[in-house]
Design a protein around this ligand. Sequence first.
Ligand code: SAH
Ligand code: SF4
Ligand code: F3S
Length: 432
Amino acid sequence: MKYYTATYGCQMNEYDTALIASMLERDGAISVDNPEEADAIIVNTCSVREKAEETAITHIGVYKPIKDDINPNLKIVVTGCMAQNRGHEIMRRLPYVNYVVGPDQYRKIPNLLFGKQKRRYELEFDREENYVGESAKIVNPYSAQIAIQRGCNKRCSYCIVPYVRGPEKYRECSDILREVKDAAGRGVTEIMLLGQTVNAYKDGNEDFASLLNRISDIDGIRRIRFTSPHPRHYTDELLRVLIENPKVCHQAHIPLQSGSNAMLKKMRRQHDMDTYFGVIDTLRSADPLYHISTDIICGFVGETDEDFEQTLEAVRRVQYDTAFMFIYSPREGTESFKETEILTEEQKKARHTRLVELQNAITLERNKLMLGRTETLLVERSSSKDDSEMLGRTDNYKKVIFPADASVKPGDYVQCKIDDIRGWTLRGTLVK
Ligand code: SAH
Ligand code: SF4
Ligand code: F3S
């Protein structure tokens, strides 16, 4: 059986696609890069904003002609957050979809595809399902994403994730260490730990700080990253490990959402700006080049001009390396969906544009701070069509392009002097 996958949404979905891939391959399936060659197509979808759902619907439609014209036996499986959220509607609107499968039911996919099961919906939440014993397929030979938490209990008032991913579950520490060792045994040196509030991790006596230390003790692991931490769950011990453990990279994605305490309260974020700035100040005073990125929502219900100015002010104060900036999208079923919006789409867009312009200028300034430095890069890939250039990342997650060298291949760690900046791109030369 040949299978093809398409993934939308966050790294959690990327991990899950790799998990499904490894389960299918254990049963003998082979992955293909061309959907026209596939016997099964798995589309892993996202629901976080309305646009994400529209994109997924349009995308699923692309596979209909393959089923109509090339392979009438093609099985189309829609998985992920939108399958969970709108599975029955997907079946109604797109009758050529064979199965919709939610995030807790992926173990059933091999049986759906290889077996004779006719049931078309697998959407139950399972409080126990943590995919114990499974290892996601290693897609990238030197860097692996590993989920340590599934679901979310926070219920921020704008967010659909807890409804489509179910309640928070932490994976057993021993199972995480097993998957990391497995990946390290295959040559992986960089680990990205995943969870919606990843730093709230707990399993018996283990917390996130102790988990980081345990992973850093595994032979072969050289870099550890994680996403997304929640500002409320930075303990003093965690901050100490982040600063002192040399394998934990100086990079953090710390969602801001809004710089206004009134908005944070309305969003039910469970922290205020003092807590937020406290975390940032600790990290940046330990290392001024600590890479900090964020997520921001513009035009949330009730956001006044003053609230928005406070967001801009927070962005200026933090000096983010990069930011993902979103226009508020009301999601049915969430708490804030019921509230009447006062801002028009144009007003929301205008705020978004101002924010993006401010952040773009800051990103450029932050990149300039890297000029002249010699950094260790983990080489990721070729970065030009003719293979004359390669791309690597610094510990603090900056992309650097450098002229290719016959002795350097993806997965290597090299020394590189950063000597130029073109647009947003840092460029360097290898130091031998
Ligand atoms: N668990 C992470 C966020 C996961 S969702 C956290 O707590 O930060 C990724 C991002 O999507 C969020 O950080 C938020 O900025 C954005 N987002 C979530 N719901 C949204 C909505 N209804 N409209 C616009 N952006 C939203
Ligand atoms: Fe959504 Fe909040 Fe959970 Fe993040 S912490 S996934 S924003 S509910
Ligand atoms: Fe989207 Fe689900 Fe992630 S809604 S952002 S794919 S958890």
